[in-house]
Design a protein around this ligand. Sequence first.
Ligand code: AKG
Ligand code: FE2
Length: 440
Amino acid sequence: MTVLPYCYPINVVDEANGTPTIPPHPLGIKPLGNKYFWDGQDARKCLGLLQVLPDEVIMQMLEFLDPKTLRLLGYTCRFLFACCMSDDLWKTVFLDKVPLELFTKNIPAANQIDRLEDMSYEEFAANWSKKPFILTKNITAWPVTSQWTLDTLLQQYPDVVFRAEAVDWTFKTYYDYLKNTNDESPLYLFDKKFAEKMGLTIGKDLPGAAYWKPECFGPDLFELLGAERPAHRWVIIGPARSGSTFHKDPNATSAWNAVIQGAKYWVMFPPSAQVPGVIASQDGSEVTSPLSIAEWLLVFHREARRTPGCREGICRAGEILHVPSGWWHLVVNLEDGIALTQNFVPEAHLSSVLSFLRDKPEQISGFRRDIENPYELFVERLRQERPELLEEALRQLGGKKRRWESIVNGDDGEGEGQPQKSGFSFGFGFGDDELEEEIP
Ligand SMILES: O=C(O)CCC(=O)C(=O)O
Ligand SMILES: [Fe+2]
């Protein structure tokens, strides 16, 4: 932000005496922007010694002031009045102070995300794979991760380097940041290599396992891809007010998100909903939500709550939330906290995932660079391991019998409907580490 263009009529100098002048507007209109500055002298003189600082630095210094000081300082001179009136400064000050409870309490009964103690896979497959829900009694059995707190992680992993958006920080550095930040959109620690970095074993029957996927979600068909599966699990750590702006999960996968410490407020919408304040391009490749989470809540929450399909809920420590394939979601941490999340492909969404991989190759994300054709790879693995599911999914996709036959016979060459090499991927996209693994 620069104030400079408003405080000097820099381009115009009276040639006779060398002082700046403003040429009169042909209609006698005086620009409001100069109102507080121009009285024939340098308006910045009132800054005293601080005159040596450029406008940008002054503005940055003002960001550290509390609302009262900002207001009082604005009364001291014209120049500072204009600086202290900046919308950006007040937005930051104000959004920081808006209590999140304004939005998270009094959830209308019709919007409340269903809460269930636990669920069998049969129930999930029959009734729940296309609906969000919160499991309230599920992760207490996890031997290691259910005991995690920010403080125990600090003790055990102070020097492990984690990815937080575009930066790699030791846990100690991130912990200090988390405890001290006032950022409006705080840096979110979101690391997909955490298991390797922390030396964790994941999987129910493995010796020394730290945690495992909840049984109710059943078989994850991306497991057929083995080492070729796209990034699929993350540890997520952030301070209160951090979170995720509206998005759909990558590659049409479903997800579960387990809160280990803290509490998360979720707002969700079904795949075809028009989410207030969120503009998605026709093919879904670009999502524009010009606002931070706090701004979205302030401006659009009321309307969202009244929009058909809106689901809301608070997932607390020890609980797990299900995000069905294709659902929009915004998440905000109500407290400092830790979560574990995993993306998966349940049978009920196989056709959506195949259709995404086949028809939106430019939006595929999270696969290793050397995997040129994720759709073909997945079809091949399904053909080998689960041909009956593949047949049914392709049928749902509107695939013709002839096409199915050619796939099972292994003679499906480079024919129609094959995905092209992609050039762009819309995924979690936090920084260049993600880009490395995307399809070039
Ligand atoms: O902030 C969160 O915990 C939600 C994360 C999320 O939506 C995701 O991992 O896709
Ligand atoms: Fe998500």
